[in-house]
Design a protein. Structure first.
Length: 173
């Protein structure tokens, strides 16, 4: 498996991977909002192309994707992570972990102070994520708090605290 930046030719496979990965959470035939969200984020100013990564097989088939976009804590720019998706027939084989390690390493190298996401704490803890309240960072939606997490990176400074906001397309999901 190789992790690389997404290219234009990956757009349709990313949409298919994301739809398949999130399909079990939706009624049959309904396109998961996560698949539409990626297209909206990619088309907007918050998209960070260097932090939109795919996992590909040796034959070049896209089997996973992670997206990094520009979020904010107060007025300070930070990394908003997600969605992270792996095609169901490739889940539990390391693609998701490889994508997460790659995007966090790239974000750190690019000087991002922290990465924030909404997800299962039991899964993301292995990548160094902690509940955001540890760092006095709160999501805009209060009921997200038990699942809203941050991972501080090398450029983190303790003065960075307050309300986290996702890019605007997240408001429609």
């Amino acid at each position: 498996m190789l992790i690389r930046r997404e290219t234009e030719r990956d757009v349709d496979p990313i949409r298919a991977v994301t739809a398949a990965a999130f399909a079990s959470r939706r009624p049959p035939g309904q396109i998961p909002p996560e698949a539409r969200l990626i297209d909206e984020l990619r088309a907007g100013p918050a998209w960070l192309p260097a932090l939109s990564l795919v996992a590909v097989t040796p034959a070049g088939e896209v089997i996973g994707h992670v997206l990094g976009t520009r979020g904010h804590v107060g007025r300070d720019p930070v990394l908003a992570l997600g969605p992270l998706a792996v095609r169901p027939d490739h889940q539990r084989h390391g693609a998701g972990s490889a994508l997460m390690h790659a995007v966090l390493g790239a974000a750190d190298a690019l000087g991002e102070p922290l990465a924030a996401l909404l997800g299962d704490p039991a899964y993301y803890r292995r990548f160094g994520f902690e509940l955001s309240s540890v760092y006095q960072i709160t999501p805009t939606v209060p009921h997200w708090q038990p699942h809203f997490q941050v991972r501080v990176l090398s450029a983190y400074h303790p003065r960075l605290h307050g309300t986290f906001t996702y890019p605007e397309p997240f408001d429609r999901t």
